[in-house]
Design a protein around this ligand. Structure first.
Ligand code: PRP
Length: 285
């Protein structure tokens, strides 16, 4: 039977959440942090733990069929590779930052300046778009200290919380791109393994959809039902069940997590009581 080879970051910020999302879609991986690969016991899949920066080439060569990888790495080294699904974790941005005292305010002000980065293709892409020439210093780690030691006038690096920039006295002046973890596939994937990816994608979509929503149950006096139903966006229409208490109903529905608090306030204001809110593990539509 065919087995899908999927690359996961060996160490770093994506590693843990990548394994967690595989678990969330029902794929158990025997723990193999120190191994190169680990097999699933309940799904035709093998995980390869690889260095982030090497993953695009492994995908291109068909050494692995798929990968969970940051969009930032694909933009830098694998623009030709196909993104199957955005996974909603490891969100960050690739930004230009300069010392707080610098006069540079945007990409345009980088003309002739020295920029330290591990993302030369990304920086060049945006500089070329605007016809700007800067001197890139390619370094592989601790990019943020480059301005302080006199190596560069600015940097291009990934920013998540912004605390690394803050600690190094740098300010972000331009966001080049936003990134999150994605599922990407090899152009050489076989038909059988593409079918496995389709199954994984289906499961991922149901988990991601579930994470976007909450399941709510509430008690409503019957004379307020129409009002309350009009507040709830619902999947199709809410479920309404009679309560043992005369004149009351229990109403069940799904609310997007972004609308959640506003909707809850409105429900309360319109007479809803005993509101229960539950997470949704999967939503198969
Ligand atoms: C990245 C990046 C910064 C830091 C930014 O490094 O190079 O150092 O994260 O995150 P923050 O805005 O939350 O402070 P990472 O920890 O991913 O390791 P790396 O040095 O191997 O890139």
């Amino acid at each position: 039977m065919s087995r899908l080879k999927i690359a996961v970051q060996k160490s770093g910020r994506l590693n843990e959440d990548s394994l967690k999302i595989l678990k969330a879609i029902g794929i158990s991986i025997d723990n193999g942090k120190d191994q190169l690969k680990a097999a699933s016991s309940n799904f035709p899949l093998e995980v390869f733990y690889l260095r982030n920066g090497d993953i695009p080439q492994y995908l291109r060569d068909g050494v692995v069929d798929a990968a969970i990888i940051g969009e930032n790495v694909l933009f830098e080294k694998g623009k030709d590779l196909k993104i199957v699904e955005r996974l909603g974790f490891s969100k960050c941005r690739v930004s230009i930052a300069v010392p707080k005292s610098s006069a540079a305010k945007s990409l345009k002000d980088l003309e002739g300046l020295r920029i330290a980065t591990s993302y030369p293709n990304t920086v060049n892409h945006f500089l070329n778009e605007q016809g700007i020439t800067a001197n890139l210093h390619i370094i592989n780690g601790s990019v943020e200290i480059a301005p302080n030691i006199g190596l560069a006038d600015g940097i291009c690096d990934i920013v998540s919380s912004g605390s690394t920039l803050f600690k190094n006295g740098l300010k972000e002046i331009e966001v080049l791109l936003k990134s999150q973890a994605v599922l990407a596939t090899s152009p050489k994937i076989s038909k059988q393994n593409q079918e496995i990816i389709d199954k994984i994608q289906f499961r991922l979509q149901s988990v991601l959809k579930g994470r976007e929503n909450k399941y709510v149950l509430l008690n409503v006096p019957n004379d307020k039902l129409d009002n309350i139903v009009s507040i709830l966006p619902g999947m199709n229409s809410p479920t309404i069940l009679p309560l043992a208490k005369e004149g009351w109903s229990s109403l069940h529905s799904v609310i997007n997590k972004n609308d959640f608090w506003n909707v809850i306030d409105e429900l309360k204001a319109n007479g809803a009581e005993g509101i229960l809110v539950c997470p949704i593990e999967n939503m198969v539509l």
